[in-house]
Design a protein around this ligand. Structure first.
Ligand SMILES: Cc1cc2nc3c(=O)[nH]c(=O)nc-3n(C[C@H](O)[C@H](O)[C@H](O)COP(=O)(O)OP(=O)(O)OC[C@H]3O[C@@H](n4cnc5c(N)ncnc54)[C@H](O)[C@@H]3O)c2cc1C
Ligand code: SF4
Length: 512
């Protein structure tokens, strides 16, 4: 092997990668904390600390295993704060003969590294990250020639291809492919809530560096008791905790929301998965084997619901990203242009559902799927906020936010900015849905049952206003036609009151 520099990005902390099978004295690994990655969007403080702490732990483990590692701290003198500059300088200084990297999961970095390789004179080679079930192109190939990317079809293909939850007759275990309809219970207190597993690490040193380097960030952190898993051991502990303590109620309460509890029965594994500290295969295998040996307490509904998220949605979103980028990042089907309300940044809003969901996000760099989709995303879509602003907020605020999974969920699933690539209709709902799935409405400043008038819940008028405003683009959609029939039956005065109420709220959105 010629003298080689191997780049490891912050979301490539895969211990099982074949690079590490042998200790080669000609291979040097480089990990870098760079300002370049702190400025393309403003990040939540816990996201930055989480990435840096996990990268530091990974570099330490590689060194302990006998690999040669260079680690650039953000405040190191020699750090030129960009991947390209640092790598170029190292190649020259240490006379590397070859540069290798793993395929980045982000379009921006992928292009940057391809260009970089063209600009250097030494040999270069790119490797797979060996993390996902699928290749970058697999989703594109699967849907070639088909009218729509239907996740359910891809999910069934994945189940068959990888023999996950399939019986000996090649039928889905439990007799059904999908138990989605049984994943929609409000939390009824029948299963006691568990205290989330957090890791209580002191990360003051990282916070001090960020402050010293004047990195711009937002959100809150308890630096003495940092909660995210930041090494392999903690990631495995979290997986174990999920399988034994949360999986038995995961399915039934998957869509439920609660004022008093941040995560309910969700796994909180996305951060560890997206940094590749865990592989999706080991997560799925562990979940299924826990179910097989605990069928008295864990049902197929719980397991199938979880498996669908990981081998279905997660792989599908990633494939769709590579199939549709870079055009996807420009899509704005509904031509939405409004600014984000100011309370997205400070959580000071009277709407109880948004107050809880946004403050959860600001305090923990986490919100679970339904808070992201049916509260925060729902409001943003109804209020006509620009997808660019929404993307920047989502990409910054969540610790697990990496563009391939953030933008497809936000611009696609949540904002319908792709005009129906990810979802066949917009995910919008009125107070009725939020009240059905949560306890947010009780004690809210607004009245959940009112469409207009004093303290009417903003979701109600904005919901109907959304359909009225986008009638031309949405009425043809067969999945929405029933709503337009309801609107056709509504009397004119009621419609006038709804639109006047919605206009009033939109003009005063920062005061909601
Ligand atoms: C608007 C919006 C933005 C989102 N942004 C992100 C993001 O930046 N990063 C991210 O990882 N997920 C994102 N998601 C998907 C999902 O909300 C999170 O993966 C999940 O909330 C993470 O929490 P958890 O690990 O407790 O998930 P669980 O509910 O326990 O689910 C298990 C795992 O399934 C995977 N998963 C679940 N739903 C999805 C999905 N829709 N797409 C892809 N994978 C999924 C995740 O890896 C997750 O860890 C977003 C969803 C929406 C609606
Ligand atoms: S009443 Fe409206 S604003 Fe208040 S919590 Fe319910 S849905 Fe949200």
């Amino acid at each position: 092997m010629s003298k080689t520099l191997r780049l490891i990005l912050g979301d490539q902390l895969n211990h099982s990668h074949s690079w590490f099978k042998e200790k080669d004295k000609n291979a040097t690994y480089i990990l870098m904390e760079v300002m370049q990655e702190q400025t393309y969007v403003k990040h939540h403080i816990q996201k930055i600390i989480g990435f840096f702490t996990a990268m530091r732990a990974f570099a330490r483990e590689l060194k302990d295993e006998g690999h040669q590692v260079i680690y650039y701290y953000l405040d190191a003198n020699e750090n030129q704060q960009s991947f390209n500059k640092n790598i170029k300088w190292l190649i020259k200084k240490l006379s590397f003969e070859k540069f290798e990297y793993q395929m980045p999961d982000e379009y921006r970095l992928d292009s940057e590294l391809k260009d970089f390789c063209k600009s250097v004179k030494i040999k270069t080679e790119v490797f797979d990250t060996e993390h996902f079930y699928t290749s970058r192109e697999e989703v594109k190939i699967f849907f070639k020639g088909k009218k729509q990317y239907l996740m359910e079809n891809f999910y069934r293909y994945m189940r068959k291809k990888h023999q996950i939850l399939m019986d000996l007759n090649q039928e889905p275990e439990g007799g059904k492919w999908n138990f989605d309809h049984e994943n929609r219970k409000k939390y009824d207190g029948k299963v006691p809530l568990k205290k989330p597993l957090t890791f209580k690490r002191d990360v003051s040193d990282v916070l001090n560096v960020l402050t010293k380097m004047e990195v711009s960030f937002f959100g809150n952190v308890n630096a003495k008791e940092f909660s995210l898993p930041t090494n392999r051991e903690e990631a495995l502990e979290l997986l174990e905790y999920f399988c034994h303590d949360l999986l038995p109620a995961f399915g039934r309460y998957e869509d439920a929301m609660l004022k008093e509890h941040l995560t309910l029965f969700h796994s909180s594994l996305s951060f560890a998965l997206n940094l590749k500290m865990l592989s999706p295969q080991e997560v799925i295998n562990h979940v299924i084997s826990t179910w097989r040996t605990n069928q008295d307490s864990i049902t197929i509904t719980d397991v199938e619901g979880f498996v669908r998220q990981v081998i279905g949605w997660r792989e599908y979103m990633r494939g769709l990203y590579w199939a549709e980028m870079p055009d996807f990042a420009e899509k704005n089907f509904l031509n939405h242009k409004k600014s984000l309300p100011s309370w997205f940044w400070d959580g000071k809003v009277k709407m109880n559902c948004l107050k809880h969901s946004i403050n959860n996000s600001l305090d923990h760099a986490y919100a679970h799927h339904i808070q992201r989709l049916m509260v925060i995303g729902n409001f943003s879509l109804l209020a006509g906020v620009s997808p660019d602003e929404i993307d920047a907020w989502y990409l910054g605020v969540y610790a697990d936010a990496v563009e391939w999974v953030q933008i497809t969920n936000t611009r696609g699933m949540s904002q319908f900015a792709d005009g129906g690539i990810v979802g066949s209709k917009p995910y919008v709902a009125s107070a009725n849905y939020i009240n059905k799935m949560s306890n947010y409405c009780s004690g809210c400043f607004y009245a959940k049952e009112k469409r207009h008038g004093n303290k009417a819940c903003p979701f109600n008028s904005l919901y109907w206003n959304f359909y009225l405003k986008h009638e031309e683009k949405l009425k043809k959609n067969p999945r929405i036609s029933m709503l337009y029939r309801l609107l056709d039956k509504m009397d004119e005065e009621e419609i006038h009151k709804i639109t006047a109420q919605a206009d009033h709220y939109l003009q005063n959105v920062n005061e909601l």
